[in-house]
Structures are given as structure tokens and as C-alpha cells.
Design a protein around this ligand. Structure first.
Ligand code: SAH
Length: 507
């Protein structure tokens, strides 16, 4: 077969990792972000598809129960067809593409068709489960050999390709796709000579917030798993190393393990909060109740950009304002020099960081990251003799800050630099989770997240849900609707919000 067809595209067989999106490799993320076509199976983490360009064609070829899924031949043909059309095709698979992923068959078909291909490894489920369940799959003291085995075959059939006698001599044996046949697998291993007292575990949904590790012995694991209602995806791990799980299992002991938190801020802004909560073991669901949109007309912004030097202060009350104003300055051919000679104030650390990333260090920040403390800090600098302040804000900002500054003797000009709009609806998965009572916490990071969320959630009963507010103003917005926040972050930062949720006593 020839590899010479240079007009064909490229197929990249990409391992998507075991579930947690952060466990994707940097190389995998790069190829997904460049893809023209993403051909994927049922993925442990659908978030990976968000890394693909919005314009990329996304084709699901996985099996779902009762569905006429594509045969392997049809998948191979699809890969080849897209490659021949000159596209960059990402064939995205869970875990590693070559570990029980049919990546070998697909690569063979591509090679035979003369299509260029690459293979990007992924963290396979066994490796991930070992790390997240605290089971060192090899350990100098206990296990020098490791086998990865398919549990998909019927171990009862005589001509089984799996040599259980050989497996009985391996220190650590991991079965993929085996939970449905757990009892038969255990029986066969014991019959082949593996002692029934050998420690054994099932690791379900490894690396995801739903991870569960159930430990027993080889002889008792099947009954224990049935009792605990274990479901795929799960691995069976057999060997003395399993004993370490009780000492080294760290992931299932994280403080927010088992709690589901809804985040209502924009997707773009949610990442830090989502990350902080996920690091503490929470399951995070995004339900953006606000969207940041560009202005319909930039006339006022352009006018202000032309006069920045005339202000004593420019005050930013959110990172969005920083991004919007500076992006617009760049768009009309200006650069950071327009800020020269004017003092800059930022409401809090995130706003200061947004400025800093664009080469501007703020001169002033509020003490506790509220607009009120920003006002106080500005007043303390002595603005009473008519200092001029440009307040860069959203189109729906509240009047307290300008009123406060004006009362203190400053000349205040307000500039709407972006629009805050309400999205058409909440994502389906978020709505379903709220209705099913699966949400433990909802976080609110501004008044508009409160107002919009309550409107979008339209009458869903939130009595059983704990509400977390970033500060007193947001808390007041909740109280206006007869809702009492369980926590108010102090100081009013994202980090403190995550910490307050963690510190909340679990009943
Ligand atoms: N290529 C994949 C495996 C695909 S076979 C990889 O390298 O991981 C599917 C099997 O993988 C499932 O039946 C289950 O046994 C295992 N698996 C995949 N993701 C898992 C997870 N998050 N937790 C536990 N097992 C998982």
C-alpha cells in the first residue's frame, strides 16, 4: 500500500483520557482544537468536544443501547472518506486509542487506504483508576507484573482466548469491560489458582466526581459489587496492591466529594470557580445565567478612548470592562499608551489580574473587593475637589457607586463598555439536574446572575438547595426573592466563595 497520496488530509487517533477533562494531554487538546471533523464515541467527558472549533463537524459513532450504531467497517470508511476530502480528522476515543479502543484496526484501515495518520496516546482507565483510587498497579514490594485484560469475552466459553492460568500468575490483573461478568471472571481466576482471599476492587467512573472504589476479596467482590449496584464504566482490579486503596485513596476523600454545584456566571468567567470546586472534589455543572455581549454601538467608547488622558482616574468594576475597553482600543488602532498619565483603579483581584495581563498595574484596589470598597478607596485618595473619574462598567450597572463618588465631590462619567444579557435558556443538563434534586449548591456572583437565573429557572423549587453569594449585594438580591444564602464569601472573591462552600458543615 502506498502513503503517497499527498492531497489527502490527516487522521489523528486521539486518546481523550479517562474522564476528567484535565487529564487530556496537551497534544490531544492541540489536535482537537485544529480539527475540521471530530468523530467520537460515547465519551466520558463531553466537555472535550468544546475544544473543537465551533465550525468543526462533530460526528457521533458510539454505541448506545437499542441504537443502530455504525459497524467498525462503516467507521473506517468514514475516516477514509473525510481524509480523502482533505480534512483534518480527529478520531477521539476514551482513554488510550490502542487499549481496548480498536485504534489498531482503524490505523490498519487508514494505512491500507494510504491515508496519513498519527496516534496521540491518552491516559488509559487502568492507569487513571490506579492513581485516583490510590492503587499502585505496580509496587516493588508487592507487584512486579501487571496485565490489562478484556472482560468482554464470555469466560465460560471453552475456546476463550484469555489464558486464566497465566493470569493467575500475574501480580496485578485489571479487567476492562468486565462488571457484567464479574462473578464468572472471579470464579475462573480462582479455579485457575488465584487465591480467593486476594484483595480485589471495582473502580467505577474513575477520575469523575462520581468515582467509587469498592474493595473486597476476589471471592467476595461479585456479591459486594451487586449489593453496591455497580455499573459501567468500571474496572476490576485484582492483586495485593488493592490493599493500598484504604491508605492512599485520596480522591474520594476530598471535602466536596459527592456534592454537585451549579455555576451561574458566564462560561468564560466560570473556569476559575469551576476549577477550584472540582479540585475540592465537587461535580460542577455550568448554567450560565448571564452572557457578555459586545455593545451595539461603540460611539461612546470610542469617544471616551479619545479623551482618557483628561480623566484623573479610570475605574474598572469587572474583568469584562477591562477586556472590552482594551480590545476596543486595539481594534481602532490604539494601544496601552492611551492609559498613560491616568490613574487606574480596580474593584478586586480578578479585575487587577485582567489589567496586569494587558500590561497595566492598577494604582488602587478596594479593600474587600466590593464596588462600595472601591468607592471608599477612591474617596480616601482625595477626589473631593472635582477629580474626574471614568467608571467602566456594564450597561446594567447599579447607581450606588457613581452616587457615592458624586456625593464625595468627584465628577463621574459612566461608560458602558459591554452588555450583560440574559441567555435564551439554561442548558438542558442543568435544568434536568435541578428538577431531579441533584444540585447541592448554586453559586451567584452578581445581582444579574440572581435575577436571570430565577427567571430562567422559572418557578423550580430551590428550598432544598444551598445558595452561595459572592458578597452582600448579591446576597441582598437573593433576599429580595425570599431566598437566604447559606454562605456569603468573605472576602468577596471566587477563591473565598469556593472556600466558604467547603467550610460549610455537612449534615
Ligand atoms: N480505550 C479505553 C478503554 C475502552 S473499553 C481506555 O484506554 O481506557 C471501555 C472500558 O474501559 C469500560 O468498560 C471500563 O472497563 C473502562 N473504563 C473507561 N473509562 C473508565 C472510567 N472512567 N472508570 C472506570 N473504568 C473505565
Amino acid at each position: 500500500m502506498s502513503y503517497a497520496k499527498s492531497n489527502t488530509g490527516l487522521v489523528v487517533l486521539v486518546g481523550g483520557g479517562p474522564g476528567a477533562a484535565q487529564l487530556l494531554t496537551a497534544e490531544a487538546a492541540k489536535w482537537i482544537s485544529r480539527a475540521d471533523v471530530v468523530i467520537y464515541d460515547r465519551l466520558a467527558n463531553p466537555e472535550l468536544l468544546r475544544l473543537a472549533p465551533a465550525t468543526a463537524e462533530k460526528i457521533y459513532v458510539g454505541k448506545s443501547p437499542g441504537d443502530h450504531s455504525r459497524s467498525q467497517e462503516q467507521i473506517n470508511a468514514l475516516l477514509i472518506e473525510k481524509a480523502y476530502a482533505g480534512r483534518l480528522v480527529v478520531r477521539l476515543k476514551g482513554g488510550d486509542p490502542l487499549i481496548f479502543g480498536r485504534g489498531g484496526e482503524e490505523a490498519d484501515a487508514l494505512a491500507a487506504a494510504g491515508c496519513a495518520f498519527r496516534i496521540v496516546p491518552g491516559i488509559t482507565a487502568a492507569i487513571a483508576a490506579g492513581a485516583y483510587a490510590g492503587i499502585p498497579l505496580t509496587d516493588r514490594r508487592l507487584a512486579g507484573t501487571l496485565a490489562l485484560v478484556t472482560g468482554n469475552e464470555d469466560p465460560a466459553k471453552d475456546e476463550s482466548a484469555i489464558d486464566f492460568t497465566a493470569l493467575a500468575g500475574i501480580d496485578t490483573v485489571v479487567f476492562y469491560m468486565g462488571v457484567g461478568r464479574l462473578a464468572a471472571i472471579a470464579e475462573k481466576l480462582i479455579a485457575a489458582g488465584k487465591p480467593s482471599e486476594t484483595p480485589a476492587a471495582v473502580v467505577e467512573n474513575a477520575t469523575t466526581p462520581a468515582q467509587r472504589t469498592i474493595t473486597a476479596t476476589l471471592g467476595t467482590l461479585a456479591a459486594r459489587a451487586r449489593q453496591m449496584n455497580v455499573n459501567p464504566p468500571a474496572l476490576i482490579v485484582v492483586g495485593p496492591v488493592v490493599q493500598a486503596a484504604s491508605r492512599l485513596g485520596w480522591f474520594e476523600k476530598l471535602p466536596l466529594k459527592g456534592q454537585t454545584v451549579l455555576i451561574t456566571r458566564t462560561r468564560r468567567q466560570a473556569s476559575r470557580l469551576a476549577e477550584k470546586l472540582a479540585e475540592r472534589g465537587a461535580a460542577v455543572i455550568q448554567a450560565p445565567a448571564i452572557e457578555i455581549a459586545p455593545l451595539e454601538s461603540f460611539a461612546d467608547v470610542d469617544d471616551a478612548l479619545g479623551r482618557l488622558g483628561k480623566f484623573d482616574w479610570i475605574a474598572f468594576t469587572s474583568p469584562n470592562g477591562v477586556v472590552a475597553l482594551i480590545d476596543r482600543a486595539r481594534e481602532i488602532g490604539l494601544d496601552c499608551r492611551v492609559f498613560a498619565g491616568t490613574k487606574i483603579a480596580a474593584v478586586g483581584t480578578a479585575t487587577a489580574e485582567a489589567l496586569s495581563r494587558r500590561g497595566i498595574e492598577p494604582d488602587l484596589m478596594g479593600d474587600d473587593f466590593t464596588t462600595e470598597s472601591l468607592g471608599k478607596a477612591l474617596i480616601a485618595t482625595g477626589i473631593d475637589n472635582g477629580d474626574s473619574i471614568l467608571l467602566v462598567r456594564s450597561d446594567i450597572a447599579t447607581p450606588q457607586l457613581p452616587e457615592m463618588l458624586t456625593a464625595a465631590g468627584a465628577k463621574v462619567e459612566q461608560l458602558a463598555a459591554y452588555r450583560t444579557i440574559q441567555p435564551a435558556g439554561l442548558p438542558d443538563d442543568a435544568l434536568a439536574a435541578i428538577r431531579a434534586g441533584k444540585i447541592d449548591w448554586i453559586t451567584f456572583t452578581s445581582t444579574s446572575t440572581v435575577e436571570n437565573f430565577l427567571r430562567l429557572a422559572g418557578g423550580i423549587d430551590l428550598a432544598a438547595v444551598k445558595l452561595a453569594a459572592i458578597g452582600p449585594v448579591t446576597a441582598d438580591a437573593l433576599k429580595q426573592h425570599d431566598l437566604t444564602p447559606a454562605v456569603i464569601a468573605e472576602p468577596h472573591t471566587i477563591d473565598a466563595l469556593a472556600a466558604a462552600i467547603e467550610a460549610y458543615p455537612v449534615k
